[in-house]
Design a protein around this ligand. Structure first.
Ligand code: G4P
Length: 296
């Protein structure tokens, strides 16, 4: 698998990020809780040098709860502020304003020493496409929030959302492009649906997902489809096709269809709460505990 993904858009997005970053104190970086590393672009560390940093494990509702906590600890140990959120349902959003203040306390303290009091923290949301940036901004800002007008030094059209007297949020998120030179990273992004299926073989992708489940969530297919996990991943796809009545020409099993069903069930959380990465790089991260914390 080798991709080159919209290089033109990438350059433009990076330029916009660079411009916007000059205006802000804090980067709120959204990552996908199911793949907290693969859904980051490492360039953000360089782009955001000198800024306060907050990492949000978004879509935490789709990832395994125990692993969400492992990842929060991981990022905190690396010096970032980090919390898990569910932007769609609003879980974890209420505490964000406090977390933002906390993440910026060094800057606030610096300001205070220089006699600058009560200057609001300016924040920008950033992340790869589809990670939930707009959903998060809407959840955080709500409808009641005032959008402030243009400010001197801010490119015309840029809007700041005043969250309260202490925090202003740039209403345009920064788009980062995922880096998927590494095949394993590309695969994980494809599993969560961040790379369009048209450029991938659906069955091949589903087969890879089954291989991952064999190691880390061996019960998942049995629980969802009532089939036995088999060594032969294509056999699993055939059995799902039987269970889901995926047929072509009347009687032939349509494994292309069952592959799509499997991927869609995974992406929407219907397969259970599943985390694809662990900080130690061992993706078969939990042979024995994989049932714990799983919500159906
Ligand atoms: P973006 O701005 O970063 O590109 O992402 P956007 O907010 O458009 O969100 C992308 C998709 O992710 C949306 O689904 C959104 O509802 C979903 N999403 C965002 N945050 C969360 C979350 O915390 N949990 C879950 N489960 N989903 C989340 P969609 O399929 O495009 O739209 P819809 O089905 O919600 O209408």
């Amino acid at each position: 698998m080798h991709f080159q993904w919209y290089p033109g858009h990438m350059t433009k997005a990076r330029r916009m990020m660079q411009e916007n970053i000059k205006l802000i104190d804090l980067i709120i970086e959204l990552v996908d809780a199911r793949i907290p590393l693969a859904s980051r672009n490492p360039d953000i560390d360089e782009l955001g040098r000198g800024k306060a940093r907050l990492i949000l494990l978004n879509k935490a509702d789709l990832a395994e709860e125990r692993m969400n906590d492992v990842w929060v600890d991981y990022f905190r140990e690396k010096g970032y502020s980090a919390v898990k959120v569910n932007s769609k349902k609003g879980g974890g959003i209420k505490s964000i304003q406090t977390v933002i203040q906390e993440a910026c306390k060094e800057k606030t303290e610096r300001d205070r020493k220089r006699g600058i009091l009560n200057r609001p923290v300016r924040a920008m949301v950033a992340g790869i496409p589809n990670v939930g940036k707009s959903t998060f901004i809407n959840a955080l800002a709500g409808k009641a929030c005032a959008r402030t007008g243009n400010k001197p030094g801010v490119t015309k059209g840029k809007q700041w959302i005043r969250l309260n007297k202490n925090v202003e949020l740039l209403d345009t998120p920064g788009i980062l492009w995922p880096k998927f030179e590494d095949q394993a990273v590309g695969l994980k992004l494809a599993f969560i649906g961040s790379i369009k299926d048209e450029i991938l073989q659906t069955e091949e992708l589903a087969a890879e997902l089954i291989r991952f489940l064999q190691k880390s969530y061996p019960q998942a297919l049995t629980d969802k489809y009532g089939i036995q996990m088999s060594e032969d991943v294509y056999q699993c796809l055939s059995e799902i096709a039987v269970k889901r009545h995926c047929l072509v020409r009347g009687s032939e099993l349509d494994t292309e269809k069952s592959a799509s069903i499997l991927l869609e069930d995974f992406r929407s959380g219907r397969l259970g709460r599943i985390t694809l990465e662990s900080p130690d790089g061992n993706d078969g991260h939990k042979e024995n505990e994989s049932r714990k914390g799983r919500d159906k």
